[in-house]
Design a protein around this ligand. Structure first.
Ligand code: SF4
Length: 80
């Protein structure tokens, strides 16, 4: 189960514009928006294949990434 919180943020008083932002809350400590199978990461949920962080950073170790093997989770921390 996943819970979403919808928050209206008033961003422009002159035009009365509203921006709708969607926040995903963690369920049982896992972030169901980030699936991950890297169990030897400190932030892995262990019981299920999800990350426990609110957000992660994805980067690359290549100068010109062309396939998924070129990408890295830069939030990874080895679980000692
Ligand atoms: S930080 Fe990255 S590697 Fe670690 S559990 Fe989260 S998504 Fe997986």
């Amino acid at each position: 189960m996943q819970y979403d919180v919808l928050i209206f943020v008033h961003t422009n008083q002159e035009n009365n514009l509203l921006t709708l932002r969607r926040f995903t809350m963690k369920v049982d400590g896992k972030n169901e928006s980030i699936q991950c199978s890297i169990r030897n990461c400190t932030y892995h949920a262990q019981a299920e294949n999800y990350c426990t962080l609110d957000t992660i950073k994805v980067g690359t170790h290549e100068a010109n990434p062309t396939k998924k093997e070129c990408t890295d989770c830069e939030s990874f921390v080895n679980k000692a």
